[in-house]
Ligand binder design. Sequence first.
Ligand SMILES: NC(=O)c1ccc[n+]([C@@H]2O[C@H](COP(=O)([O-])OP(=O)(O)OC[C@H]3O[C@@H](n4cnc5c(N)ncnc54)[C@H](O)[C@@H]3O)[C@@H](O)[C@H]2O)c1
Ligand SMILES: O=C(O)C(=O)C[C@@H](O)[C@H](O)[C@H](O)COP(=O)(O)O
Ligand SMILES: [Zn+2]
Length: 352
Amino acid sequence: MKTVDVVDYAVRIGRGASDGVADLVKGAAQVAVIFAGPVRAHAERVEAALSAAGAKVLPIEVPDAEAGKDVAVAARCWDALGAAAFTRSDAVVGVGGGAVTDLAGFVAACWLRGVRVVTVPTSLLGMVDAAVGGKTGINTAAGKNLVGAFYPPAGVLCDLAALDTLGPDDLLAGMAEIVKCGFIADPVILDLIEADPAAALEPAGPVLAELIERSVAVKARVVSQDLRESGLREILNYGHTLGHAIERREQYRWKHGHAISVGLVYAAELSRLAGRLDPSVAARHRAILERLGLPTAYPASAWPELHAAMRVDKKARGAMLRFVVLDGLAEPGTLEGPSDDLLHAAYAAVAK
Ligand SMILES: NC(=O)c1ccc[n+]([C@@H]2O[C@H](COP(=O)([O-])OP(=O)(O)OC[C@H]3O[C@@H](n4cnc5c(N)ncnc54)[C@H](O)[C@@H]3O)[C@@H](O)[C@H]2O)c1
Ligand SMILES: O=C(O)C(=O)C[C@@H](O)[C@H](O)[C@H](O)COP(=O)(O)O
Ligand SMILES: [Zn+2]
């Protein structure tokens, strides 16, 4: 079992990590377990560990994937906590992909203005990104993650055994955030994937385990210094300005990681056209994502809609769009107020 520390909580990574859940909710008489249908078996394993430790378990099943990141679903969770007379000594555990852990964190952040939450990510993306770092939230009609709270978990349990049941498309989605970590902070990640993409995608293999540990370490380093995204944390948003716009245009039917894959190619091209990034590093983005089998293109005709959707990005300041760009490998920076012409020109790199 590996442990990565994030300020005052730990991310435990290894097969069987979720069996340690009871230690993280000590003192809670009741524990709500928020999960979605496809991970019922994983949630039941967590529930069994909690029951064995003497906690009363309140299972709350929510709609799967992005359908769960909805204010009506959050309200149903709060009603369930209310009906169970949940107090400040009780705790919430989110078991599932990033959508469920984002929702569970938000529910916990708001109930009684904050009760303990433990995240048990079961998707690759959840392990390397969503469940770590304390960004919680839901979507609204205007866009992705527009309502939420910075609310760190009491602990994160990345049980690598969960990856055995994850579908190949969701494995790939998680790989997009791993590639992001490679470009912004840890190029060894890129070397490992390029050396053997198939090994990187082997759910129980040693390469994926190392990629997970490295990506969690990147995220931990960043959020430990800047939980509330007053500066440094923005680098974790590399590829997300266009990526979130694609998700919204697709009405959240595209996987987050797939949209981010296109967004990474776009952000790299923007960096290159702004004269900030060497063309070979920009080209490396498309090459590695395509070797993994991730999408790198999107319809040319979508540009006006995507351009408009990017205006609600949280990094924007007034009318000025701001992008995370690269000045080199592991050298992230920001690009403030690029012209519409530059933004459109960069889109040519992904337009099909
Ligand atoms: N809070 C953050 O910092 C942060 C970071 C990155 C992404 N996110 C958010 O995370 C979400 C994406 O997360 P995701 O890629 O995990 O998608 P997801 O939560 O939609 O999960 C994808 C699918 O995989 C299923 N699944 C999860 N684990 C499984 C397992 N072990 N076996 C079988 N099926 C399993 C889910 O039920 C779902 O159907 C997005 O909403 C994104 O905005 C948040
Ligand atoms: O943790 C962060 O900070 C990130 O930006 C990580 C992203 O991968 C993640 O998708 C996050 O939810 C996006 O945040 P948002 O603030 O742009 O909604
Ligand atoms: Zn993301």
